[in-house]
Design a protein around this ligand. Sequence first.
Ligand code: KG4
Ligand code: ZN
Length: 336
Amino acid sequence: QQRELILAFESSCDETSVAVVENGDTILSNVIASQINSQKRFGGVVPEVASRHHVEQVTICAEEAMAQADVTYADLTAVAVTYGPGLVGALLIGVSAAKAIAFAHQLPLVPVNHMAGHIYAARLVKPLTYPLLALLVSGGHTEIVYMRAAGEFEIIGDTRDDAAGEAFDKVGRVLNLAYPAGKKIDDLAKQGTDTFNFPRAMIKDDNYDFSFSGLKSAFINTVHNAEQRGEELARADLAASFQASVIDVIVTKTMRAVREYGVNQLVMAGGVAANSGLRARFQQEIAAHTPNVDFVVPPLRLCGDNGAMIGAAAHVFYNQGVRANGQLNAKPGLSF
Ligand code: KG4
Ligand code: ZN
């Protein structure tokens, strides 16, 4: 069999997605059912609401993914699924669906770490060359991961408190922006300037860790103090100042790691990798200081949660012999 076809499930948070990926690098289909509209009403992801949506969507997405890819179950090589980290109830829906299909069609089942999926989204753009560093910035994670070889992950830096995306979403609430606020702050920031000069936590520390809760507090205090004085601050400048602080810290520390580890590639992944300011700043820094390092960022639609990235990661794990059976369970706190 020449075509390796993997049917991949993703349901760790608020996106139900099923994809068919060929040979780990070609997307035949990538169906994404977002729950953003129902989560917006609650200002965030409510686990019960998310699970209910996954139940309603997962079969529809799977059938649609198979139809769009124009393949049958007999053509498939394996079934892959995100089993963590994420919301336990949400993960369980994808895990159960994938198990059922693997069992019914006698296919191998490949368990995939969601964060590995975010990194391998880059493989859908171009081949990965090791050693590489991956910057994972999402609603739940802010990590710098060193990969010496395919399938080997070492976390060298992590957030001590809030994730970068979480900070965007919390600050967005203060500005009355609907959840998730990352994209809206990104857009607002383009019309403003960094006039508030918020703190750059841990920027000079001799490690690759991050902290965003102080920035969040500084932002909230600035807005509330102004409100008490009956003053209204320029929203675009607030957004631009917040974003400048986040970008400054992330780029400074990641670039230090890039030099320290002498890597070939820098992969940026996760929902916050969609940030236009962050992308532009990395491009500038790399061009100016480490032009031999290849900077890979997946296109916007592959930065957020999706099944194709799970299929791309599953290709690596499948060929390394990683398999799960009917006992596979969701692991909400899974790390590398
Ligand atoms: O990876 P993802 O889709 O879900 C998780 O696994 O967390 O990331 C979602 C996060 C949200 O916090 C959202 O506000 C943020 O990514 N985000 C952005 C942008 N687009 C999405 N943050 C900053 N700028 C953006 N353009
Ligand atoms: Zn994610």
